[in-house]
Design a binder for this molecule. Structure first.
Ligand code: PMP
Length: 410
């Protein structure tokens, strides 16, 4: 737990101070988007108020200041994931765009008919569909690593699935539904031993654990700012420098070129090569403030706090008859997906909302995973650094209330 400092930490999130539907807000949807602390809101506001101008192209003072701040943000993000160099940090719109960039610029030129891309059964659509699109365009095929009922990867199947035709392993670091944290370092060792590069979808891991791309030894790592307490509209692709330099541009336009003539163009070195057009400049400033904020709390505290809340919530929810929790992996992140017998997940979400409890219900952009568990939808509560025992109590009360309401109707 964060101890006596916890009240001060919560006070840094202005959104938490409001009532929703006349009740104290219990924001349990941080896996979709985390709330923003004042450190982020203020950094963006100060930048927009004083320093904002377009970057990289101006010799005037504001443009230089904005450029310096934007590039300093890149350095901050490089340290956040322990990249060897800030040149390995490509600013994109979100994790989804990072994955699409790799699909188009890295995979596509290496993929032929009959080749394979290996993913897992717990992937978000963002780590399924981009591969599907490239595979379809060249006659390659997607293969899927299965998971156990508890939501763990079936690693025994890996040697069979990682074949001579595998051109990429694309795996999530942490599941947005099951909460499972995959052993990416081990997976990468196995894949690399067979010459297979690895992309990691870090959208859900980045807010919860220290990311060290050198320790993971993966080749690409994707995440979104809005899940690490930063703004939406900006995300990060970390890529191994040796791979980025060999990749063709993703989009064409300003800022990504070296020279342009009507006969042809030459392209800038990474990361500029992959950043065509004016980026979300203020977003980069907000992202840097967000990761500074998160690291300022300390990863041990983030993990310990989450572990306590998860245990509290799981225990209380389990006592509700007919409630099933999906995902039982040890060391999971603060995400609980569940269903209550006789009550649709959407009704659970609506009833919870009526008492100020924000949860998510639906397929969570993981329809194949829903299929794996034989359901159309799940309800999901997810924790952030500001979540507390009162949030958990409000969630449990709302679920019990939903059960009582639906029991009356039978
Ligand atoms: N991967 C995972 C595991 C996610 O949870 C999400 C967001 N729900 C994404 C990818 C996509 O993130 P974004 O929508 O920010 O691109």
């Amino acid at each position: 737990d964060f101890g006596p400092d916890f009240a001060a930490l919560r006070a840094q999130f202005p959104a938490l101070a409001q009532t929703v539907r006349g009740r104290r807000l219990a924001y349990l949807d941080s896996a979709a988007s985390a709330l923003k602390p004042l450190a982020v809101i203020d950094a963006m506001s100060a930048f927009d108020s004083r320093d904002y101008a377009n970057i990289h192209r101006g010799v005037h003072a504001l443009s230089q200041r904005a450029t310096d701040a934007f590039e300093a943000a890149r350095q901050t993000v490089a340290r956040f994931v322990n990249a060897r160099s800030a040149d390995e940090i490509v600013f994109v719109r979100n994790a989804t765009e990072a994955i699409n960039l790799v699909a188009a610029s890295f995979l596509r030129p290496r993929l032929g008919a009959g080749d394979e891309v290996l993913i897992s059964a717990m992937e978000h659509h963002a780590n399924i569909v981009p591969w599907q699109l490239v595979c379809e365009s060249v006659g390659a095929r997607l293969r899927v690593m299965p998971i156990s009922d508890d939501g763990l990867l079936d690693l025994e199947r890996l040697p069979q699935l990682l074949g001579a035709r595998t051109r990429l392993l694309a795996i999530t670091h942490a599941s947005n539904v099951l909460g499972t944290v995959n052993d990416v370092a081990a997976l990468t060792r196995i894949a690399h031993a067979r010459g297979v590069p690895v992309l990691v979808d870090g959208a859900q891991a980045a807010p919860h654990l220290r990311v060290d791309v050198q320790a993971l030894d993966c080749d690409f790592y994707a995440f979104s700012a809005h899940k690490v307490y930063g703004p939406s509209g900006i995300g990060v692709l970390w890529g191994r420098a040796e791979l980025l330099v060999g990749m063709p541009p993703y989009q064409g336009g300003g800022d990504m070129i070296h020279t342009v003539s009507f006969e042809g163009s030459t392209f800038a070195a990474p990361p500029a090569r992959f950043e065509a057009g004016t980026p979300h400049i203020t977003g980069a400033i907000g992202l840097a403030a967000a990761v500074d904020f998160l690291q300022g709390i300390g990863w041990e505290h983030v993990a310990a706090h989450e572990r306590v809340l998860l245990a509290q919530a799981e225990q209380a929810l389990q006592e509700i008859p007919g409630l099933r929790i999906y995902g039982r992996a040890p060391g999971k992140i603060g995400v609980i997906a569940f269903n209550l017998e006789g009550v649709h997940a959407h009704d659970l979400g609506t009833i919870a909302d009526a008492s100020g409890v924000a949860i998510r219900s639906g397929h969570h952009c993981a329809m194949p995973l829903m299929q794996r568990y034989g359901v159309a939808a799940m309800a999901r509560a997810s924790f952030g650094v500001y979540s507390d025992a009162q949030d958990v109590a409000a969630l449990v009360a709302a679920v019990r209330q939903a059960q009582a309401m639906f029991a009356d109707r039978r």
